[in-house]
Design a protein around this ligand. Sequence first.
Ligand SMILES: *Cc1c(COP(=O)(O)O)cnc(C)c1O
Length: 362
Amino acid sequence: MIPFLDLKRLNEPYEELIALATQRVISSGWYILGREVDAFETQFAQYCGTRHCIGVGNGLDALTLVLKAWDFPAGSEIIVPGNAYIASVLSVTLAGLTPVFVEPDPETYLLDPTRIEAAITSRTKAILPVHLYGRCCDMNPINELAHRYSLRVLEDAAQAHGACYQSKRAGALGHAAGWSFYPSKNLGALGDAGAITTDDDELAGRLRALRNYGSAQKYVNDYIGHNSRLDEMQAAVLSAKLSFLDTDNRRRRELAQRYLTDIMHPDLVLPPADQLIQDVWHLFVVRCSRRDAFRAYLYEQGISTDVHYPTPPHRQQAYPSFSQLSLPITEQLHREVVSLPLNPTLTDADADYIISRINAWT
Ligand SMILES: *Cc1c(COP(=O)(O)O)cnc(C)c1O
């Protein structure tokens, strides 16, 4: 069986380095907000090309804390892609704000800049582009609109570690970016972890307080804060793994290239290949109108697949108030998308097998 993702195998090449890193933390006797978090924040900011990185507990908190830090009036509107992962939408409502869904570009699955302007109202305060599946949104037109209407831009970069847009990295493409280091991400911790990157000094200072009870100085609370700190153990693991991110992403690209050139099936729509080198292929997502049959066939052949995601946020029970919305492109994507196994542990033989089984499907 080729699993969709085997986290043990994914971390095997780094086990020794991870053991050294965690032993260093154990021996230090310092477990929260210390040298390891400082070091990772410095390295990751440098990697992304931003002035600041603020480590937090997870990706959802990263997005939520930025929206809270911006301190918009309650009920302000935030533009999000209709086909976002639920976390992007949750961050908006947890911050007391209102998501306004915009349909994605059906070719790239990303927020469609040509549809944003019609969704802007006098209450709109920010745009939240999601770099879904490891490909950056088309940020020039998004930033231009944001500038024209005085909106903030918050990147959801949780699937885009190392992805590029023109000459810049994800995380440096808006006013701030939220990151997740959930174990399955391109840069994954051994538990929950997240971060925010930004060039904004004032915002960074506020976020450092907000992640730690709203306190910049012990027992002095300037804001109603959260407890959402990246811990020393996860920071040490992430520092150990960061230097291999580019190598891992290169392997993902090689595999994506093979799928893109060798998968040939009239019932499958492959993802766009025009930015192969810029994308980091967090997921390799194809579309198929006979999705259930396709997945069942691959499973019989010993190939596990996944669906990202089966239900769009506006159709989740958590949000009954959005259930009447009609987002036909989003809804069709959610009916058709299938993620094939693609990660650095996949061998050339695995890829050959997956391609040959897919091409033989009738
Ligand atoms: C994983 C993910 C998140 C949330 O990250 P957590 O660390 O699980 O909270 C947010 N947005 C996107 C697009 C994600 O893939």
